[in-house]
Design a protein around this ligand. Structure first.
Ligand SMILES: Nc1ncnc2c1ncn2[C@@H]1O[C@H](COP(=O)(O)OP(=O)(O)OP(=O)(O)O)[C@@H](O)[C@H]1O
Ligand SMILES: [Mg+2]
Length: 298
């Protein structure tokens, strides 16, 4: 069974987290595999070129084997924060370390799965999965062997020779997941990986990823809009406040045991956690609407 620690102990931080820094130490002290400490992320406005603060201050920690889900209102900076962890988005303050090493660029220790599969259409499923290994200089025979094993793990062993346009959207996303897993990353970064598939396929993929993550000692950060999905998969839920200038609004511990059966969705404990997280997100969204109405009335 996987145990979850936050800086050495289980932690539940209330809605004040991040607002006064009270929760930061609970998330960062003691160090996890991944430590994001007080990072600030700015973009430039595409037209005016004026700086725009997407994430004002964010701290979080991911221990070995832990899965942290990130939720928050649309546009609050979830993908931005994930991009910074992946080394794809620069940050102007704070630090990010993975196993003590600063993160400043993309690296093979992290694999990112985006919403859209982005497979190479001229390569078969097998060759898409083997491709990152070939880029790392792994011999063709070894890369093929590992790619086959990764496809088997996501239930697509029988589709190795299919091209992406011969696969359904859900199957393409599973190939995408296999491509991320094949490099055996230290940290898996998932940005709404099931957002573009239908509700039934989404549930199947949720169950698959739950089983995959339960049976591997892999740390992961999982961004999703779906609060039930965040609770199902995560050991910890990080709720971001609405943007711009987003912060970590709350950190909620998920004390559901592992390995976690998909049936857990039907338990009262699961529903109570979903309600708790949804309550926090709803407050953020409600604040946004109040502010919008006020600014329209002015
Ligand atoms: N490359 C960019 N240049 C300028 N602004 C950007 C860029 N990428 C994102 N933003 C802005 O940063 C903010 C956060 O965007 P981000 O995509 O991280 O939000 P999100 O929480 O992932 O949203 P969603 O839930 O809708 O996916 C938004 O206001 C967005 O317009
Ligand atoms: Mg996003």
């Amino acid at each position: 069974m996987k145990t979850k620690t936050m800086g050495g102990e289980k932690t539940t931080v209330g809605a004040e987290h991040g607002a006064d820094g009270a929760g930061r130490n609970a998330m960062v002290e003691g160090g996890g595999r991944l430590v994001v400490d007080s990072i600030r992320i700015e973009y430039r406005h595409p037209v005016t070129r004026l700086p725009f603060c997407a994430v004002e201050e964010a701290s979080l920690s991911v221990s070995p084997g832990e899965i942290v889900s990130i939720v928050g209102p649309s546009g609050c900076g979830k993908s931005t924060l994930l991009g910074a962890i992946g080394g794809l988005v620069p940050f102007s303050q704070g630090s990010i370390t993975l196993d003590g090493q600063p993160v400043s660029a993309a690296g093979t220790d992290r694999a990112v799965v985006f919403q859209k599969p982005a497979l190479l259409p001229w390569r078969t499923a097998l060759n898409n999965v083997a491709y990152p290994l070939r880029l790392q200089g792994v011999r063709r025979s070894e890369a093929t062997r590992r790619a086959r094993a990764a496809l088997d793990r996501v239930g697509l062993g029988g589709f190795a020779d299919h091209y992406p346009d011969q696969l359904s959207g859900g199957m393409q996303q599973r190939v995408n997941l296999a491509r991320a897993l094949v490099v055996e990353p230290e940290l898996l970064l998932l940005d709404e990986p099931f957002a573009s598939v239908d509700a039934q396929m989404r549930q199947i993929l949720q169950d698959e990823i739950l089983s995959l993550l339960d049976h591997r000692s892999l740390s992961a950060v999982f961004v999703t809009h779906q609060i039930d999905e965040a609770v199902l998969v995560g050991d910890t839920i990080v709720v971001m406040s609405r943007g711009p200038g987003s912060r970590i609004r709350a950190v909620v511990d998920v004390p559901l045991s592992r390995p976690r059966s998909p049936e857990v969705r039907r338990s009262a404990e699961f529903q109570a956690l979903v309600d708790q997280v949804w309550g926090i997100v709803r407050e953020e969204i409600a604040d946004e609407f109040v502010q919008l109405r006020t600014s329209q009335a002015d």
